[in-house]
Write a protein that binds this ligand. Structure first.
Ligand SMILES: *[C@@H]1O[C@H](CO)[C@@H](O)[C@H](O)[C@H]1NC(C)=O
Ligand SMILES: *[C@@H]1O[C@H](CO)[C@@H](O)[C@H](O)[C@H]1NC(C)=O
Ligand SMILES: *[C@@H]1O[C@H](CO)[C@@H](O)[C@H](O)[C@H]1NC(C)=O
Length: 372
């Protein structure tokens, strides 16, 4: 080995050492992780609520990469909150409907349900004029469920202390309120008028949780939805100016996500003023993921705008008639190099990247690993 190589190898090993020191589990100051949300973070509630019906998520290839069997996660493997739990040496969060003993909830609980909206069904209908036939698993309903479970989770100890010692995720939530409108071809200008209501529902949940005793809350923003295969298909146009030349994402849909996130940040600032003793942390899922789309090749991701699991013959490898799991769908060769899993949800590799961005920074302030 010549001396220049030797010189190089010393700082590299130091660097590795520093990294190792930083990844020591540090959830020491929390007893539990509690999560509210939708299919982005559901770890089995929808699957259990549907009686393990033969929905797509109840069968392979869902779960194939990490669990090697379906778990009710909308991905090929782990989701963001799984990586957070892992980092802190906690078990994966159990779905709230899967048990009812203090032992089951000893390290946390996940109330997220696939399809859940921030607004409850009657609020959603009042604001949008759209009827929804979906079960109401909204953020508000998840909070009621949490309230009912408090005595069991606390197991005889003080409820407010139990909540104070928990790391609480409120979202991502709100994406489905908009998805319902987008899927029904409600004009984006109209959907934009729903944003203050959605954001206010999230703020109200944060306020309720703090009043119950919460002191550390993570509130993620929305993703850059203009990069999502389902919407790239639905909103495709002939006008090159509609697309971001660097990423190929649809500008106005990403601008919509930015608008939601801007109002959400304002709402969180309002809650911070009301509750100066609570730590309300914004997790920038948008910034993190957009950075991945912008640097996909350097980060080892291929065909960033294509669904990994979908219909081969279709643009973006996504079809409305042949979804992931359908007989005619196929899975990409290497899901660890794909961003979108099924055209709507992300791969485990994407969720891992996002989790790193909020655990170690800079997409969460402070980074979650520095909380204790
Ligand atoms: C719940 O409380 C009971 C009675 O104090 C105790 O025996 C049990 O170990 C507790 N369970 C947990 C998970 O803390
Ligand atoms: C929603 O449902 C109500 C009651 O069933 C009905 O009166 C109304 O017309 C429906 N609205 C739409 C937009 O379908
Ligand atoms: C694109 O332009 C062509 C020719 O003007 C038109 O026939 C087609 O419908 C357009 N496609 C879309 C998606 O707007």
């Amino acid at each position: 080995m010549d001396s220049s190589k030797l010189m190089l190898s010393v700082p590299i090993s130091l660097f590795i050492l520093v990294i190792n020191l930083c990844t020591v589990p540090m959830l020491g100051c929390f007893d539990r992780i509690i999560n509210f949300g939708d299919s982005i973070s559901d770890t089995g509630n929808f699957y259990l609520l549907s009686g393990k019906a033969k929905t797509s998520i109840g069968a392979l290839p869902y779960g194939e990469t990490y669990f090697h069997h379906p778990t009710g996660r909308w991905s090929d493997g782990r989701v963001i909150v799984d990586f957070v739990a892992e980092q802190f040496n906690f078990p994966f969060l159990p779905p709230s409907v899967g048990g009812n003993t203090p032992e089951y909830f000893q390290r946390g609980v996940n109330f997220a349900v696939g399809g859940a909206a921030a607004l409850n069904n009657s609020e959603f209908t009042r604001i949008s004029g759209l009827n929804t036939t979906l079960a109401d698993n909204s953020l508000w309903v998840q909070l009621q469920f949490f309230n009912n479970l408090l005595p069991t989770i606390a197991n005889g100890s003080d409820v407010s202390t139990m909540i104070r010692n928990s790391l609480i995720f409120v979202g991502e939530i709100g994406g489905n309120d908009y998805n319902r409108g987008l899927a029904a071809f409600v004009p984006l200008e109209k959907i934009t008028t729903w944003v203050p209501y959605v954001v206010s529902a999230i703020g109200s949940a944060v306020n309720d949780l703090i009043n119950l005793g919460a002191t550390t809350l993570v509130v993620p923003g929305n993703f850059p939805i203009g990069c999502t295969p389902v919407y790239l298909m639905q909103y495709q146009t002939n006008r090159t100016e509609d697309y971001d030349p660097q990423t190929g994402c649809i500008n106005r849909l990403n601008e919509f996500s930015v608008y939601h996130n801007t109002l959400l940040l304002q709402e969180l600032n309002k809650q911070r003023m009301l509750h100066p003793n609570a730590k309300i942390i914004y997790a920038d899922y948008y910034g993190m993921l957009l950075n991945v789309y912008q640097n996909a090749n350097d980060l080892g991701f291929e065909s960033p705008l294509f669904a990994c699991c979908g219909f081969e013959a279709s643009q973006y490898h996504f079809s409305f008639t042949h979804g992931c799991g359908d007989e005619q769908s196929s899975v990409c060769v290497d899901p660890s190099k794909a961003l979108s899993w099924d055209g709507i949800h992300l791969t485990e590799a994407s969720y891992h990247a996002i989790a790193n961005g909020i655990l170690n920074g800079p997409y969460s302030d402070p980074p979650l690993s520095k909380l204790c």
